[in-house]
Design a protein around this ligand. Structure first.
Ligand SMILES: Nc1ncnc2c1ncn2[C@@H]1O[C@H](COP(=O)(O)OP(=O)(O)OP(=O)(O)O)[C@@H](O)[C@H]1O
Length: 786
């Protein structure tokens, strides 16, 4: 932690002065003073574990009601002793500064403390805290330490209510809002982190949710209160079926469509079990973790952890939940593991951490639940070996333990254990499903590295785990509508743009099969005034995190006045396809047809989650036609069989008969944007290659003259056509690119004349587009809800 948490509370704040202030004489003044940093009543910001790796955000503290002024190289914190609604004056609700990020800047240009103090003296006043916010002074809001007893609910409510007190001030502040300087290391990241963190929002108390539909699950009253706190009035089908089986002590393999609440299907019984142990006093003293959850990706592990923490927010007493993924110091993770009740991690990092520490390993062996989430992906990602190592280590006989004599394995006897094993995914391969459902011989001895093999290794406690298939007919979410647009290979950009124009205020996720396509499409869309963000595995973890947070953040309502298209568009590879629960994604576009039916299911599952609806559209080029037909047949096979439809039908995927004449009106702008993007990329790439060549020549001590340089650069071979194009693009002058940019800007301002009366498309009046042109624009799109 980079900051000294001990604040120097001025010991010289005379009581008399404070009461004088409270008496009201100073309250009417609106004078501002420079205040030394350490004298401000900073509040610790609880940063969710998900941001562990956002280096530098540990120990973040914030302060409200302080204005930041920059004078030359010096940054000053100016505070008033009175909150006012005067225009331009800092108000506790309009000015919120995060100390850690702020101080990064002030480290470069800090106010010399003496100077700030001097200014205080000049004013003849001392900083007296924020006396108009009584809850901060008299009842400091305690930051909740994980795993510690929380305040009773009534008390929490009190704090919330007292926070709401200066409502009028808030309203005034809004009216006189002035831009507050945000001089942070990375303002975007900070603002996104703190606007979109998925902790429970501090909302107005709402009416209690009726949880009577959860009654058949016979959960504890504590758990029902926690569920009510999440405002989930009834269990989803997988929850309704899996929770009782798990509570009854069974091993469970659960299959349910994407976004159907699988996390809580295993999360609720785990927390319930912790509560029961706690009530029996078994979690006091030397405790063991209750559960270990294996997740295929780091983002998903953090998401599960956040999800369970949200559930536990509604409990009076909660388990210590820790996630173990890359990005944190191992020592720190070991410390967290020592006190963990629920561990969530990626197999690689988990194995790295626990295999070195015998005491932790022994403690983990006592877990009651082992969960494998997105089990099929775990295998794809090559994490099988570590997952297997973990499971073997869990099962290793400890002194005094007996091995399972009944085991029919040829390998060394598997020790008896008491833990339940829970495996969840939206997709299991068909043959395996049949076996699990008892329709084929249950002999889990498939080829190595198959899911069957993993299941065998999982060493279920029961000979036959309960297989719960909550969506045997359709793999797709109930409220998902699927569409298909046939287009030429070179028209995909055009149709992508056209479809995105239809959803200007909704979050859209565009999936591609290649990182290079993400790199090209993002600036291509940005040039067209669409707020596109990239996400792929070649990005640094921090940048990935930032992209996700940007995408999650609410679309700004007043930013970017030149464009009315504001909802973010995430352009991603399949790194974003699994498990991620991003709120309000309304549209998924498959720019490339997915490589497998499972990928299609998971990608499309980023929309229409829980109770929401959504649309998934595939852009299908001529070469992709046959694979697309196969994919659809595979995904919808069961539904087709159930409805008696032929596989030749599109089986629930609607062809969007888009009006090509209308779309062609968008061509000029799309062509310009493409030219700008490709030229820029080629130039950047060329510059990198040149640097590389020059460096290599320098290291070899060779001097390359311009001609030789050209020759090396014009190597002919495989892909030389593409190279040729790139070379041509590199030769385009700067002025030419600028001219294109200008032309595009002008085009984006103009109406796109569709030739149909007043109806038009343009980059600005999208509302007009939605009102007047939309249905005609896309042709026959009824049923997709576009
Ligand atoms: N009983 C419920 N009622 C309403 N919403 C719920 C309920 N249970 C979970 N949810 C919400 O549903 C969303 C999806 O849940 P979750 O991420 O667990 O889905 P999933 O089945 O694991 O999806 P995926 O297969 O894509 O990983 C979450 O936002 C969660 O808060």
């Amino acid at each position: 932690m980079a900051f000294d948490k001990k604040r120097k509370h001025s010991g010289e704040q005379p009581q008399a002065k404070r009461s004088q202030s409270k008496a009201g004489t100073k309250r009417q003044k609106t004078d501002k003073r420079v205040v030394p940093v350490d004298e401000l009543p900073w509040q610790t910001v609880e940063v969710p574990e998900m941001f562990d790796d956002a280096e530098g955000f540990y120990g973040l503290e914030e302060i409200q009601g302080v204005e930041v002024v920059r004078e030359g190289d010096v940054v000053k914190f100016v505070s008033s002793n009175h909150y006012t609604s005067a225009p331009g004056f800092c108000n506790p609700y309009t000015c919120k500064i995060q100390r850690k990020s702020y101080l990064c800047l002030s480290q470069v240009a800090a106010v010399p403390k003496g100077k700030a103090d001097k200014k205080d003296e000049d004013d003849g006043e001392e900083f007296e805290g924020f006396d108009d916010t009584p809850e901060m002074e008299s009842t400091p809001v305690e930051t909740k330490a994980k795993g510690q007893k929380k305040e009773p609910k009534a008390k929490k409510k009190e704090v919330k209510e007292s926070k709401k007190e200066p409502k009028d001030g808030k309203k005034d502040a809004k009216e006189h809002k002035k831009p507050v300087p945000q001089p942070t290391e990375d303002p975007e990241l900070v603002s996104n982190l703190f606007t979109s963190i998925d902790t429970l929002p501090d909302v107005e108390p709402e009416e209690d949710v009726d949880t009577s539909e959860w009654a058949p699950l016979e959960l504890s009253s504590d758990m029902l209160a926690a569920i009510g706190n999440l405002r989930f009035s009834k269990p989803t089908p997988i929850q309704a079926r899996a929770i009782p089986e798990i509570i009854d002590g069974h091993d469970v393999i659960g299959k349910a469509s994407t976004g159907s609440g699988k996390t809580l299907a295993f999360g609720i019984p785990i927390v319930e079990s912790w509560l029961a142990k706690r009530a029996e006093g078994k979690q006091d003293g030397k405790k063991h973790p209750v559960a270990m959850i294996l997740s295929p990706t780091r983002e998903l592990a953090h998401q599960i952890s956040d999800h369970l923490k949200k559930l536990c927010d509604g409990l009076t007493d909660s388990p210590y939940i820790c996630s173990v993924t890359g990005g944190l110091a191992i020592q720190k993770q070991l410390r967290q593991l020592e006190k963990a009740d629920i561990i969530i991690g990626t197999p690689g990092r988990l194995w790295e951490v626990i295999s070195t520490e015998t005491s932790i390993m022994n403690s983990i062996r006592a877990i009651d639940f082992l969960v494998v989430d997105e089990a099929d992906r775990l295998l794809k990602d090559g994490q099988f070996k570590e997952a297997e190592d973990i499971i073997k280590a869990l099962d290793r006989t400890r002194p005094g333990e007996e091995a399972d004599e009944d085991s029919d394995s040829d390998e060394e006897p598997i020790p008896k254990h008491h833990r339940q094993t829970l495996v969840f995914s939206a997709t299991f391969n068909k043959a395996l499903q049949q076996k699990l459902a008892g329709k084929a011989r249950f002999n889990l001895m498939g080829e190595a590295e198959s899911l069957e093999h993993l299941l065998k290794k999982l060493n279920f406690r029961e000979a036959k785990p309960k297989f719960i298939d909550a969506n045997p007919v359709s793999q797709m979410a109930d409220r998902l509508k699927e569409g298909l647009i046939h287009c030429g290979d070179l028209e995909k950009d055009l149709y992508l743009y056209a479809v995105l124009l239809l959803q200007p205020t909704r979050r859209a996720l565009v999936f591609t099969n290649a990182i290079n396509t993400v790199r090209r499409l993002t600036p291509f869309l940005q040039n067209l005034n669409l707020p596109a963000i990239s996400l792929h595995s070649d990005m640094e973890q921090k940048a990935r995190l930032r992209s996700l947070e940007k995408f999650k953040a609410d679309p700004p309502t007043n930013a970017n006045p030149g464009s009315s298209i504001q909802a973010p568009i995430l352009v991603a590879t399949d790194v974003a396809a699994r498990g991620l629960d991003i709120p309000n994604v309304d549209l998924v576009i498959h720019y490339h047809v997915p490589r497998s039916a499972d990928d299609y299911v998971h990608r499309s599952g980023r929309t229409a989650r829980a109770t929401q609806s959504g649309v998934s559209i595939m852009l299908c080029g001529p070469k992709e036609d046959i694979p697309t037909q196969r994919l659809i047949a595979k995904v919808h096979a069961s539904a087709a069989a159930a409805s008696g439809k032929s596989k030749k039908d599109l089986l629930g995927v609607q062809t969007i008969d888009i009006d090509r004449r209308l779309v062609s009106h968008l061509k000029p702008r799309v062509t310009l944007s493409k030219k700008i993007t490709e030229t820029t990329i080629a130039k950047e790439k060329g510059a990198k290659e040149d640097d590389w060549l020059k460096n290599a020549a320098e290291e070899l001590g060779i001097e390359l003259d311009e001609d030789e340089f050209e020759k090396v650069g014009s190597w002919k071979g495989k892909g030389s056509g593409k190279k040729q194009k790139e070379r041509e693009a590199r030769e385009v002058g700067k002025q030419e690119v600028q001219k294109w940019r200008w032309e595009l800007k002008e085009l984006l301002k103009k109406r796109v004349n569709t030739g149909v009366s007043e109806k038009y498309l343009n980059g600005v009046d999208v509302e007009g587009l939605l009102r007047g042109v939309r249905s005609e624009f896309l042709g026959q799109v009824e049923g997709l809800g576009l």
